[in-house]
Design a protein around this ligand. Sequence first.
Ligand SMILES: [Zn+2]
Length: 492
Amino acid sequence: MFSRIPHYGSCTGLIKTPLSMKIVPQAICAALLCVIAVQGFSQPTLITSHADPLPGATQPCISDAMYQVIEQRCSTNVHMLGLDHLGSQRSTSVPLSWPLRMANGLNDNSYYIISAYVDQDQSAGSYKDWNCGTNTYDTHRGTDICTYPYPFYKMDHNQVEVIAAAAGIIVDKHDGEFDKNCVHSSAQANYVVIEHADGTFANYFHMKKNSLTSKNIGDAVAAGEYLGIVGSSGDANGPHLHFEVRTANSAAAYKDPFAGGCNTLNGISWWAAQKTYTEPSILRAQIGATDPLLTSCPATETPNESPCLQPGSDARIYVFLRDETQGMVVNIKIKDSTGRAVLSWPLTSAQTQLASIYGWQQRLPSVQGTYTLEATYNNTTSISTFDITTAQCRVASSATGVADVAGIQQATIYPNPTSGKLTISGAGLTPGQYTVTLRNMLGQDMLSDDMHVEGGESQKELSVASLPDGIYMLTLEGNGTVTTQKIRKVSY
Ligand SMILES: [Zn+2]
């Protein structure tokens, strides 16, 4: 469906070729003449308009040698942890949630673009994704999810977190590798591998150096739990998450979490809620006195967003789109504090591409006050607030319609290992009603009980004396949070 963007050495560098104008002059002029007549403002001038290359490749972003090393390590660890008895059948009881989230403080409307799905075409030299499109490359075994815009800025400021798509046990983890690679190489990635209760595996690659969870191999993680920060470690040409799922600890057992007409690896979706093939959206709209600096990999970009601007000055307004689709319209508005649009103009997409940047120069109103910049595309909206003032800037603020994911709260569970009783302390939990469930490694419920937390002082005791020795997963669920911890039952 998409024409592939040529892959440059960096996912952040701009295309250096002359930019094609994507504006529809008649539509813009019609809208602007209206604005000019009523408001007396000047016409916005389109100063930037182009596709942005994302991390992509003509070769897999995990080398065969790397796959072999990881497979060997996982094999040893799985055996050591006593997890090799698990089946290798995909179970619908382990649905995957999205493996990324915005960290607190990032207020963009969205933050990612999928630059490559799993290659479903087994013949050498050709490729095809699950939807029979070409958003993949030959022999790719995972889903590459890029952070966008400003991928290195996002990485430096820990703005996009890799989180566990499903609960499980960490069976391999590697950190400490350089994380700003711009070209493909044999470099090692910072990564985490998790085995789920149904014996399937999920691999999370290319993370930022020293950003990985402090949990160790053998520790349990809950769905949604923090694993690291998106980076460009290993065989990568820009910050992205390579997310790969398998039915067994073997590179050959890879699957595609997306179900679709051209998925020949597995029939059903692994996602709890599968995203659509494309998601045409506005990711971010911003206003500033100057242009953002969109430097080449591995330099960090400078957004240059301003919380306040001088009356009557020429501002720079930028929008960043995901899955831009020919014929769809971006509407940009500047509203005053009463909600009245004092400036507005549309832009009709002239082509279809994964990542797009548009920038305008626009003369601002001379009336001081608080304004909002609002940009909409395909029913998604990005809103940011700024002041037109001669006074000093206040702190920038912006708001979007995207809710942040609730953080994982911590209960204290002891002793662990245990031979008889297990105590769960509610200190650190928000008061409310919780459910405690203990499952074996096949995901079967062994014990379940309610727990009422009041003032963080509540405790719950479970007797595990009658259970067979082994590893269990204890899940504490309530108040919109889920915490999972590995428990070892032993007989003394
Ligand atoms: Zn990849």
